[in-house]
Design a protein around this ligand. Structure first.
Ligand code: PXP
Length: 249
């Protein structure tokens, strides 16, 4: 089995939102990366609408449906966004923590007692109102989050790789991160909950994770869109897919 590539195209919308001219087109970006073979499109409808807009969700869905691949909608545990999700019926929803002052998602979901009921209620609302939707939880790799995600019957966990990726870029020791990811995987590998990864990854920093052969899916955005300036989104997408094919699970 080859790991799946979800391409996060939020930053195409970031560029578009800098001006009010309607370009670059999110639909064209989704179309180009899917034509190159990407397995999924990921977008994050933030409460502050800093990049993806409400109308983008339907527009991107038309493209993913044309290709017969899932749309993975990232969202905070907000009722307003959940209602938009219900109206659009994406195949996957990834619940993430969201703070207005952050530049990007900075850590995994809080699954402590204080926040658990909020996550649970959001999951129940989405499951009840979107037939067949699958839900992943964006979490840190820890014993507690794996236990809680299993209790919540999440369809998948997406492990936050942001700090790992930063350590990799800065040439720091990454061994402790890899150990943490493996230990978390060992806790869930016998369940039906899928194990995904995302945040901050590049064509280089994804390699040690591929070597672990534990992640079924990677959601990668910022680096892909940035590198696309130099070589085009189809070329960058294909490079990731070629790389993934060298590490069958
Ligand atoms: N996964 C999640 C849950 C995210 O919030 C993000 C960023 O929106 C990504 C993956 C993609 O991260 P990056 O853009 O750094 O590759």
């Amino acid at each position: 089995m080859i790991s799946k590539l979800g391409v996060n195209i939020d930053h195409v919308a970031t560029l578009r939102q800098q001006r009010d001219e309607g370009y670059p087109s999110l639909v064209d970006a989704a179309d180009a990366t899917l034509r190159a073979g990407a397995n999924q499109i990921t977008i994050h409808l933030r409460e502050d609408r800093r990049h993806i807009q409400d109308t983008d969700v339907q527009a991107v869905l038309l493209v993913t449906r044309k290709f017969g691949v899932p749309l993975n909608l990232e969202m905070g545990c907000s009722r307003e966004i959940a209602e938009i999700a219900v109206a659009s019926s994406p195949e996957w929803i990834c619940l993430v923590p969201e703070k207005r002052e952050e530049k990007t998602t900075e850590g995994g979901l809080d699954l402590s007692d204080a926040n658990l009921s909020k996550v649970k209620e959001t999951m129940e609302y989405l499951k009840e109102n979107i037939p067949g939707v699958k839900i992943s939880l964006f979490v840190e790799a820890s014993e507690e989050t794996m236990k809680r995600s299993l209790e919540l019957k999440a369809d998948a966990v997406e492990i936050h790789t942001g700090q790992y990726a930063k350590a990799f870029l800065e040439g720091e020791d990454i061994a402790e991160y890899l150990e943490k990811f493996k230990s978390a995987y060992d806790l869930v590998k016998d369940s039906s909950m899928l194990f995904h990864a995302g945040h901050g990854l590049t064509l280089e920093s994804v390699v040690p994770l591929l070597e672990l052969k534990i992640f079924r899916e990677y959601n990668i955005g910022h680096w892909i869109i940035a590198q696309s300036i130099f070589e085009g989104i189809d070329s960058v997408t294909k490079k990731f897919l070629d790389l993934f094919s060298k590490y069958p699970m």
